[in-house]
Design a protein around this ligand. Structure first.
Ligand code: UDX
Length: 438
């Protein structure tokens, strides 16, 4: 199929390359000329495992191109909108500027039989409004909403082999059939492998995405709330998570207590969901999301307290080695990153922060040039008064407590992701503190 993808960020670039990899002919459009140049040269503009490889193989096949010129979408029949919906400044609601601009930009190039497919995470009701806009333009194109559930770090695999597909289809028998037929053709490979498909209306498809992220955020904040209780009761939240996780109705995944969730999705999506629910007069239905957000933000604060305590209450001019800056491992994304936030707060208290991360240093420098950075883990650890693990990269999970002890000034480690073995670290002479662990 001939497909266009509008917006080539974390979502769109992976989507475009994956569709080309699956055999479609794809044109990716972005307003950022530097990004388009990188992508066209087969270079991923951000770190995502496997993206570089599929960009190169798809470009070499001639099936994948990138451009800043929207008119190049003309030949395509299916147009994915994958632009960002950031949080509005000074409010929780989603900023739809880029989604609206993408639709307006597409309109002059649409023809009868085309399908516009929304992938961006939007407030419920947006698709119906955009469908009306496309309708009144008289192009004869249709709209469908097809939310994306990819996880950064696994984005390629989640796009090529998703765990489910959701089609928000337009009302009206014939339109619904046409949209479904085109989406089935786009996703023929995944459907052929038996990927579950939920066919529904616009509003449900929009809600599925925010509900999924609200649920995941709730699961994380639930276990972090248990960590807060465990801290005062001298209990161990990790053993608690293991024990409740054996119940298949609960499940162990997303029950890792620590410094909480961040990234470009979960934090902004729960805020936007609250804002939209309030607009719809049902703010109370998701009022708990404000608590979820508050619990999450408290964990970062708790981490700073633990470091302060470990330093005997005196942070000023102490050397703090911060291991990790990305919001999660296998990503260079520092949007709303709890790890970066902790580093910034400690720096603000006068600590001599030396932060390291396998991929996220350049993005962190852009936002917070005031921090100290070291590309080498040993350099970050050298002479540290306290070591703070805040992103659970494999390199940090596998640190050897004996060898690490040789580098630091004080053998004190705070494990903000509960990924180290306290027994091994204590045996090597370290003072170990986890989050919600005795
Ligand atoms: C999330 C959703 O998982 C994905 O389906 C959606 O499409 C986009 O948002 P992502 O932002 O890539 O994906 O990250 P995710 O793996 O969900 O992790 C989010 C945050 O939660 C990270 O900061 C992570 O460290 C944290 N987390 C995750 C925990 O603190 N504990 C856990 O048990 C799991």
């Amino acid at each position: 199929m001939k497909i266009s993808v509008i917006g080539c960020g974390y979502l769109g670039a992976v989507h475009a390359a994956s569709l080309a990899e699956l055999g479609h002919e794809v044109i990716g459009i972005d307003v950022d000329a530097a990004k388009v140049r990188d992508l066209a040269a087969g270079q991923a503009p951000f770190f995502e495992p496997g993206l570089g490889e599929i960009l190169q193989s798809a470009s070499a096949s001639g099936r994948l191109r990138f451009s800043t010129d929207m008119s190049e979408v003309r030949d395509a029949q299916v147009h994915f909108v994958a632009v960002g919906t950031p949080q509005t400044r000074g409010g929780g609601a989603a900023d739809l500027t880029y989604v609206n601009a993408a639709i307006e930009g597409l309109l002059p190039h649409l023809s009868a039989g085309d399908l516009v497919v929304g992938k961006s995470t939007v407030p419920v009701g947006t698709a119906a409004r955009l469908a009306a806009r496309i309708d009144e333009s008289g192009s004869g194109a249709l709209l469908a909403w097809n939310p994306e559930f990819l996880r950064e770090g696994f984005a390629v695999q989640d796009t090529i082999a998703p765990d489910r597909l959701v089609y928000g289809l337009p009302p009206g028998g014939e339109h619904r059939e046409v949209a479904k037929r085109l989406l089935d053709e786009v996703y023929a490979t995944a459907l052929g492998k038996g990927t579950p498909l939920v066919e529904t209306d616009f509003a449900t498809a929009e809600l599925v995405k925010v509900a999924a992220n609200a649920f995941l955020a709730t699961k994380i904040s639930f276990i972090n709330a248990m960590a807060e209780i465990a801290e005062v009761a001298d209990a161990d939240v990790t053993a608690l998570a293991d024990a409740i996780g054996y119940d298949p109705r609960i499940g162990r995944r997303f029950l890792n207590a620590g410094i909480g969730f961040g990234g470009g999705c979960l934090p902004k999506d729960i805020r936007a969901f609250s804002a939209r629910a309030e607009e719809l007069g049902r703010g109370e239905s998701v009022a708990f999301l404000k608590e979820i957000d508050a619990i999450n933000m408290r964990r970062r604060q708790r981490m700073v307290e633990l470091v302060t305590e470990a330093l005997g209450g005196q942070v000023y001019q102490k050397k703090v080695a911060v291991l990790g800056l990305a919001f999660k491992p296998d990503s260079d994304d520092v949007r709303d990153s709890p790890a970066l936030d902790v580093a910034v707060q400690l720096n603000g208290l006068g600590a001599h922060v030396i932060a390291t991360d396998p991929k996220a240093i350049p993005n962190s420098i852009r936002l917070h040039p005031q921090l100290g950075f070291a590309t080498d883990t040993d350099d970050a650890l050298h002479g540290a008064d306290v070591v703070v693990l805040v992103t659970e990269w494999k390199d940090y999970r596998e640190l050897d407590p004996v060898a690490t002890a040789e580098l630091v000034r004080s053998k004190v480690i705070i494990d903000g992701r509960n990924v180290l073995d306290p027994v091994a670290w204590r045996a090597a002479g370290w003072t170990y503190r986890g989050m919600g662990r005795p």
